[in-house]
Design a protein around this ligand. Structure first.
Ligand code: HEM
Length: 409
């Protein structure tokens, strides 16, 4: 069996839309990933996605961005932004754990720091399932850790959240409460559609855990890269960086450009389930693997211009191409959370509708942090993970000029 690579913008876009290419990135992470949305194909995938997309109906993004998100964000900053100097990656995880659990449908039990610590730890332990295929060392120890994490997640967080939702759904079905009173999250949608989906209990747990992972790691990666690009762009003018908090349209352009340059999933992997021909004419036999290089495609100079590899939020755009490039994938698996995290992605020449525009969670988080005077910590160095093929920050120390320990408590 051969492996092929596609890495130009047009070839990648076409490969993502090729229906005879099946998901292959998570083949070895089956302990968590088997039969969750991103690993399904064909009818099974269409059916599950159609059900889960119901969550995004009825103005969900607006409701989330305007009503739910600001409260959650404020709560988390009150609890964890309690020192003028902090690692942005750690703070990003604190924020995203809280947000992603709310979106996935997992309740906080006592809201304590201990509980948040456990949820953060579980996120890291469960997340290993998505990357185990690329891991070179002994996998057995990791598989055991993931299995223990799934059990802990189920007993401590999933089961009580499920029981609460089932009780509410019973009340809704008996007419005691209206549909508007049900939580708006993935677990509730899945439980409401139990008869259609027929998911075994253990798959229900893994599907919800997968949403928790999919929303968190990607967003933290994007948050830290975006902050770094903003500070680098305004290198000696930290005041101007902070002013972005008052110009959300411009801040969103910075975030979208950073998403293009630093996709949180740099590659998609697929396996051919039938003989196919790629856009460049390459013949692929059934069983062959195709590596779809989103990161390189996002720097295709024929699409993004000669400075494609550089950060430039003011670059000239090609009309049909998203400013975020292909960072959210394409075709059947295109990211379901794209508008939640990136807001409304404007077409070239499209004007912002001031009453209805959505900015996405990363802009909302950065706004709050910049308003509190966030700048890179002048005394501590930001570092990337060494010896990694991937472009990931290990720590990104920042200081907050406008908070002190007392006011943040
Ligand atoms: C900057 C943040 C994010 C990036 C860059 C990102 C990127 C991606 C990419 C590239 C895919 C396609 C994977 C493939 O084709 O194999 C994907 C799928 C997915 N993403 Fe995201 N994602 C982000 C945030 C989120 C959030 C916030 C959520 C949760 C609401 C989410 C949920 C999902 C799900 C459920 C899928 C699978 C969709 C399917 O298979 O039909 N993602 N994401």
């Amino acid at each position: 069996m051969k492996t092929f690579r596609v890495d130009t913008y047009n070839d990648v876009e076409a490969a993502l839309r090729q229906n005879d290419l099946k998901q292959a990135l998570y083949d070895e992470g089956g302990i968590l990933m088997d039969k969750v949305l991103v690993t399904l194909h064909g009818e099974e995938h269409r059916n599950r996605r159609a059900v889960e997309s119901q969550l995004f109906r009825r103005n969900f993004f607006r409701h989330y961005e305007k009503d739910v998100f600001p409260v959650l964000l404020d709560e988390t900053l009150q609890q964890f932004l309690n020192s003028p100097s902090i690692d942005l990656k750690t703070l990003g995880y604190r924020i995203m754990v809280h947000l992603s659990l709310s979106f996935a449908g997992i309740d906080r039990v006592d809201g304590s720091v201990d509980e948040a610590d456990a949820q953060h730890r579980l996120l890291i332990q469960l997340g290993q399932a998505a990357t185990i295929g690329q891991y070179k060392g002994d996998r057995n120890a990791i598989l055991e850790e993931i299995s223990a994490a799934i059990n802990e997640f189920t007993e401590r967080f999933f089961s009580p959240s499920r029981a609460r939702r089932e009780a509410l759904i019973r009340k809704f079905k008996s007419g005691e409460i209206k549909e508007e009173s049900l939580p708006r999250d993935i677990l509730t949608v899945l439980l409401l559609n139990e008869a259609r989906l027929k998911l075994p209990d253990e798959l229900l747990v893994r599907e919800v855990a997968f949403f928790y992972l999919a929303a968190s790691h990607t967003s933290v990666h994007t948050l830290v890269h975006s902050a770094n690009e903003i500070f680098s762009w305004y290198a000696k003018e930290s005041g101007k960086a902070m002013n972005l908090a008052n110009d959300l349209v411009l801040l969103q352009r910075f975030v979208h450009e950073s998403m293009r340059l630093h996709p949180s999933s740099p590659e998609a992997w697929r396996r051919a389930i039938a003989p196919i021909v790629l856009k460049d004419g390459t013949e692929v036999a059934a069983g062959d693997k195709v590596v779809i290089d989103l990161e390189t495609a996002n720097c295709d100079a024929s699409i993004f211009g000669p400075d494609a590899a550089l950060f430039n939020p003011f670059r000239n755009r090609v009309s049909r191409v998203s400013p975020t490039g292909l960072s959210f994938g394409g075709g059947m698996h295109v990211c379901i959370g794209m508008n939640l995290v990136a807001g409304k992605i404007l077409k070239k020449g499209e004007m912002v509708d001031p009453d209805n525009h959505l900015f996405g969670t990363i802009v909302m988080i950065l706004r709050e942090l910049l308003l509190r005077g966030m700048i890179p910590d002048p005394d501590k160095k930001a570092e990337k993970i060494e010896n990694s093929e991937r472009d990931i920050w290990r720590v990104f120390p920042v200081v907050f000029k406008h908070i002190n320990c007392e006011s943040a408590k």
